[in-house]
Design a protein around this ligand. Structure first.
Ligand code: 6CS
Length: 353
């Protein structure tokens, strides 16, 4: 029965993709070749209304529709409306949608090297350092970007949604506290391995089910940026909020290569300018969203615990072997992590001056 259901779901996804692709690309390609024509971009993301990705996509809509007096229009699709995060990645690959925000937490199977973004304690506990690295890194914007282009996807920017926090029904400030804890994670293999390494029992529940699974003790805890925890009402069903800075939530804005390169040069330039503008704006936006969420968390009766640097070090120590696991993914992966570790150290030194 399950096999039949999966088969029908697969057929459904393929049919939808083909229908959407056939009507969208032909129309766009024909119009794009006649400069100045109307273009409508389908822009899908993974989050709910008012979440960081939604604010980003709607800011892009506002900027590009203003720049083109509405000649280039954007239809924003919130998380779940066009399927799961993995469905969005596939729809972008087939050209059924033109733009998307897709998190490396879901693309590990399709682009194994993207799991670099899932290694705990690799990025800095200083957001300005991470901002600089995400913008200037050759490892990410060169080597890793090439891996996206190998499968027909152009990554415009890797950007930040904020520091990750743990929530749980017990205090987690030492590795032994993690033992046997059912931690919900995104489905990328390296995230699962890193929690197994910490002694937890990782559970890859779909994002839409986190609240219910926490409420029914199907899972004990989870990791996410603070805005997502507060907007998802996870505080209602958890007793502890751990400020760990064990990781940053990064995501990437992408487009379908064939579609983008089929556009008139002028339109490519306008889209890139708008994405750059929104990307710069997004860093302050995510900081504001984090501050707002922290205020709400402080008003809540959840216990907020900020880990000391000693406590963080104990987890960091335990997580180090995960870097080797990543390096074994491919020669490119090895090159990416070696270069990125160097870039993060240099950025920390630059900003420490
Ligand atoms: O944890 C998740 O699955 C979700 N978290 C964020 C911050 N964005 C989307 C993702 O699906």
């Amino acid at each position: 029965m399950f096999r039949k259901k999966r088969f029908y779901l697969f057929v459904f996804t393929v049919v939808i993709s083909v229908v959407l692709a056939s009507c969208s690309n032909d129309r766009i390609r024909s119009e794009a070749s006649t400069d100045g024509e109307e273009i409508t971009l389908k822009f899908a993301h993974e989050e709910g209304q008012g979440d960081v990705q939604d604010l980003y996509a709607n800011k892009f809509k506002e900027v590009i529709e203003e720049k083109t007096n509405g000649r280039i229009k954007v239809d924003v699709y919130t998380g779940g409306t066009l399927g799961t995060s993995i469905d969005i990645l596939h729809s972008l690959q087939t050209g059924a949608i033109e733009l998307a925000i897709t998190s490396p937490g879901f693309s590990g199977d399709v682009i194994p090297e993207s799991q670099i973004m899932s290694i705990p304690f690799l990025f800095s506990d200083n957001l300005e350092v991470n901002k600089k690295v995400l913008q200037e890194s050759e490892a990410l914007n060169g080597l890793l970007a090439d891996k996206y282009e190998e499968i027909g996807i152009i990554p415009f920017h890797f950007w930040l949604e904020g520091f990750m926090y743990w929530t749980a029904n017990q205090e987690i400030t030492a590795p032994e506290d993690m033992n046997g804890t059912k931690m919900r994670t995104m489905p990328t293999n390296l995230i699962i391995r890193s929690y197994e390494h910490l002694g937890a029992t990782p559970t890859t529940t779909d994002s839409g089910e986190i609240y219910t699974m926490l409420q029914t003790n199907g899972i004990d805890g989870q990791e996410n940026p603070l805005f997502y925890i507060v907007n998802g009402n996870f505080l209602e069903v958890q007793d502890y909020l751990m400020d760990t800075k064990h990781h940053i939530y990064t995501t990437v804005t992408v487009t379908n290569q064939e579609f983008f390169e089929g556009l008139a040069k002028e339109d490519q330039q306008i889209i890139e300018e708008a994405i750059d503008e929104v990307n710069d704006w997004s860093f302050d936006m995510q900081e504001e969203e984090a501050e707002k969420a922290l205020e709400k968390a402080k008003e809540d009766d959840i216990e907020i615990i900020e880990l000391t640097s000693e406590q963080r070090e104990a987890f960091e120590e335990l997580s180090l072997p995960i870097r080797e696991v990543y390096g074994e993914e491919s020669n490119d992966a090895k090159a990416i992590i070696e270069m990125l570790e160097k870039e993060i150290k240099e950025a920390e030194a630059d900003l420490a001056e």
